[in-house]
Design a binder for this molecule. Structure first.
Ligand code: AMP
Ligand code: ZN
Ligand code: MN
Length: 872
């Protein structure tokens, strides 16, 4: 080597060393400065690179906005966006459900069951495109996914394993996150069967991260179900079908790791590699069972179809972000319920602790979103409880409380890793907790905007990312819609919480206890699906020997005779849609109640045959949407009343003698427009009932308010207990009065008995006078309670089959409806008027008006397909 060259090298090395030294010194200097001057406000994320921070864009970010489902047929462009928020491939999947494509023999010719030495690691766009081309030529391929959830708020897919007859592919979905659309077409291609095992989560994760929708699936777990295998786990199938043992503990590994360890590669490949073989083996079993079991030549139903149907039902699932009334409120309620109720008192200490739990949960939720961490990686439930109970007052004490609590709890999330509790978010933002405990951040609704501004605002402490950038924007709108400006925030939140508590109570008591739609199926004798219906209808056919049971759960029958008509003959596919047990307004699936789109006060007076398509106009709504729909309906009733000149309310009467029955309603001409002049029978009765029951126990102001209502009815004079009892009967027809008296025994005579007899209703009021909202709820509650009686007959669509049964129900229904919702004779008069002036078309138009009212008020996004305003 020449001297000059040597010198060059020496100089280069020297300058490199110098630069490095300078750099390190500067870094240390900055770092030290940061640590000393503002160790509590600098965020750990400035020096930690998380793998998801390489994603250029994410479909599900950490803001409160809802997830958008999109149909992007073309992998590259967004030209074909179809953004309703239903399932973008509902049509394609429904077609498959009705006409399943069954693939047999995924494996052709020679096939070695053993895991070979080679597999393909896919990490570039080019490789991914090549994979897509290979898959497009297959008639089926196997899929599994691994996701990471500890260091992410919503979790993300870290690996997709795909196996074909020839090869195992491991797709690095972290490196290829922004290019995964390349695989959309093969996943939504109904001609290519995707074989999964237990696909429920995978289907949702693929939607969430890549807008990949699976159309045409065979789920080997569903096949196990149909075959009634003793176990349904993949480990079981691997062992019994393939003779392969697995260590499922590896599923909890950190799948972000690169390169993957040998064991992880082995595990990941194993999860997909054997699926095609297993699928072939199970389809053979299913086919076998079908031939053994088919007793009748007409029996087209078979097990393979069923396994396929159940698999494709999984594809219909939709990913949704979890929503809460207020950030962290669900976790807070759960913690308070599990850990703080032990105190069992209402002392200021425990109320204080509760308040702190709410604050900490709200803070934790927001911090998890901002930093894209799971909430458990921010702060554990146990630590929240400890902080709330101890309320340490220095940052050191706070730190120790969290550290000790988590050390004592074995299930800390990263026990295996080097990171110890308190986790980085706490370490960087300990000051917030200090302020929450010391009441510097006293108001719950202050915490979020303050923290958000502190973290992400101008000069914010934490990095902005694709996960959190829309949080600021969304949050402002969320807050402004949340808190009315006129009120002091804290009070407002108290109100929200009481409102929330009463809402929860209401949901618990009055929402439907079991799924409304049983989604039982009736097949024609040629195997065509006729309709979905409830259990009772199935039984009706079975008991008469008109059908045979072809499946147990959910049950399906096949008719033994040729039905008069097919639903498709009438061009109406509404009744062959399976109906989902969710709120048709917002999609809420945890609770729902029935809602009648055509108010009962009119509907009960319709001619019988116009009521027949009842299931169309009874939908499921969550309490919130129910409230919106109900309020709109009440407003519209007033409009109808004015339009037709038929008042809603009972007019004021001047003399108690005239108030003894429905016949004595006296028009008060002087008030002109009746709306405000009268008191509705419903209001009158509930006021009277509350006074009779709880009059001497309720606060005097409330008592006075209720008395005013009753007094208004009696023309302002003082009223006696007897007047209250009589008021219970106002607005009822003689028949209804007799019914009420029978129900209550002879109780209307004596208040003590009135209070005693209706025990059940009494419980609902918990011994307190009803508030205004409860009064409204009373109405609805009764409606719901009433519905449950004949619920099954209205559960599902299809044409009504059993008239006598239904008529019986109707009679019962009419009476109770009248008494509870009746605006005296208003409904009856309106319907009579319509029939007289416009005939049945008048009634049909009237129904359409109500459907429009409903749609305009609720903007329902989940109405079953085929539902429409002009339904006949
Ligand atoms: P698998 O396909 O069974 O390997 O599971 C797929 C993904 O589900 C894993 O990558 C994990 O993220 C998650 N998962 C499944 N079971 C568990 C578990 N018991 N604990 C933690 N994560 C799990
Ligand atoms: Zn931070
Ligand atoms: Mn797996």
């Amino acid at each position: 080597m020449e001297v000059r060259e040597k010198a060059k090298i020496v100089i280069t090395v020297a300058s490199l060393v110098a630069v490095t030294v300078l750099f390190v010194a500067e870094y240390r200097r900055r770092h030290r400065k940061k640590q000393t001057s503002s160790s509590l406000s600098s965020c750990y994320l400035h020096s930690e690179l998380k793998s998801q921070f390489g994603f250029k864009r994410v479909l599900a970010d950490n803001s409160y906005s809802e997830f958008k489902h999109l149909k992007l047929d073309d992998a590259s462009s967004s030209s074909l966006e179809k953004s309703s928020n239903g399932h973008p491939y509902e049509t394609e999947i429904t077609v498959l459900l009705e006409n399943p494509k069954i693939e047999f023999g995924f494996l052709r010719g020679e096939y070695s069951l053993e895991l070979s030495d080679s597999y393909v690691w896919v990490e570039t766009e080019l490789q991914l495109k090549e994979l897509a081309e290979i898959l497009a030529k297959e008639k089926g391929f196997a899929v599994d996914t691994e996701q990471h959830s500890l260091r992410s708020f919503l979790g993300f897919t870290a690996l997709i394993q795909i196996s074909t007859h020839e090869k195992d592919f491991l797709v690095d979905t972290i490196a290829l996150h922004d290019a995964m659309s390349i695989l959309r077409p093969v996943f939504s291609d109904p001609n290519i069967c995707k074989v999964f095992h237990g696909a429920d989560n995978d289907v949702l994760w693929l939607q969430r991260d890549f807008h990949i929708y699976v159309v045409n699936m065979f789920d080997t777990a569903k096949a196990c179900e149909v075959l009634s295998k003793p176990q349904r786990s993949l480990a079981y199938l691997l062992e019994t079908v393939c003779g392969v043992a697995t260590n499922k503990l590896l599923q909890r590994e950190d799948w972000r790791q690169r390169p993957l360890s040998k064991e992880m590669v082995q595990y990941a490949r194993t999860d997909a590699h054997y699926l095609l073989y297993i699928a072939d083996s199970l389809t053979a079993e299913l086919k076998q069972l079908a031939t053994e079991d088919s007793s009748s030549p007409n029996d087209r139903f078979h097990f393979l179809l069923e396994a396929s149907r159940r698999s494709n039902m999984t594809c219909l699932q939709l990913y949704m972000k979890e929503t809460e009334d207020f950030p962290g409120s669900a976790a807070a309620s759960s913690i308070i319920y599990r850990h703080l109720n032990g105190h069992g008192d209402n002392s200021t200490v425990s109320l204080n602790a509760e308040e702190l739990v709410r604050k900490l949960c709200a803070w934790r939720d927001l911090m998890a979103r901002i930093h894209d961490e799971s909430t458990r990686y921010v702060l554990s439930d146990q630590a929240i409880v400890a902080l709330a109970c101890k309320q340490p007052t220095t940052t050191e004490e706070i730190y120790d409380t969290i550290a000790h609590t988590d050390l004592a709890t074995e299930s800390s999330p990263s026990s295996s890793s080097s990171v110890q509790s308190p986790y980085p978010v706490i370490c960087s933002h300990l000051g917030d907790i200090y302020e929450m405990i010391l009441e510097k951040l006293a108001k719950l609704d202050d915490i979020l905007p303050v923290v958000l501004t502190k973290c992400l605002g101008t000069n914010g402490t934490c990095p902005i990312s694709v996960f959190n950038y829309s949080l600021l924007v969304n949050f402002k709108t969320k807050l402004s819609s949340h808190s009315a400006p006129k009120q002091n925030g804290h009070k407002n939140f108290k109100q929200q919480f009481t409102r929330k508590a009463s809402r929860e109570l209401f949901v618990k008591k009055f929402s439907c206890k079991a799924p409304v739609y049983h989604n039982c199926r009736i097949y024609a004798n040629d195997g065509r699906l006729l309709c979905y219906c409830d259990k009772r209808k199935l039984e009706w056919y079975l008991n008469r020997g008109l059908a045979k049971l072809v499946e147990e759960n959910p049950p399906a029958i096949m008719l033994l005779f040729e039905p008069k008509g097919r639903p498709e003959d009438e061009g109406n596919d509404f009744y062959i849609q399976t109906k989902r047990n969710i709120c048709v307004g917002c999609g809420e699936g945890k609770h729902y109640l029935r809602y009648r789109i055509i108010p009962s006060c009119y509907r009960v007076h319709f001619p019988e045959h116009l009521k027949s398509h009842r299931s169309h106009d009874i939908v499921l709504l969550c309490v919130d949407c129910h409230e919106v729909a109900h309020a709109a309906a009440e407003r519209y009733k007033k409009k109808i009343a004015t339009e037709f000149g038929i008042p809603l309310f009972v007019r004021r009467v001047l003399d108690s003698k005239e108030a003894q029955g429905t016949s004595s309603l006296v028009e008060d001409e002087s008030t002109g427009n009746s709306e405000d002049a009268g008191v509705s029978p419903l209001h009158l009765r509930s006021a009277a009932m509350a006074l009779l029951r709880h009059g001497n126990r309720m606060p005097s102001s409330r008592r006075e308010e209720l008395l005013q209502t009753v007094k208004m009815y009696y023309g302002g004079r003082d009223i006696s207990e007897e007047d209250l009892e009589k008021a219970l009967l106002i607005g009822l027809s003689p028949h209804e009065r007799r019914k009420l008296e029978r129900k209550k025994g002879v109780s209307v005579k004596h208040s003590a008995e009135v209070a005693g007899i209706d025990k059940q209703e009494d419980e609902n009021n918990d011994g307190e006078a009803p508030t205004d909202s409860e009064k409204i709820m009373n109405v609805e509650r009764s409606t719901v309670a009433d519905d449950s009686g004949d619920g099954t007959s209205e559960g599902d669509g299809a044409t009504e089959l059993n008239d006598t049964q239904c008529n019986g129900n109707m009679l019962h229904q009419q009476n109770s409806k009248l008494s509870l919702l009746g605006h005296g004779p208003h409904g009856k008069q309106i319907v009579e008027y319509l029939l007289r002036e416009h005939g049945e078309d008048g009634v049909r138009d009237f129904c359409q008006r109500w459907r429009k009212v409903f749609v305009d008020a609720v903007h329902p996004r989940h109405l079953p397909g085929g539902w429409n305003v002009s339904h006949r």
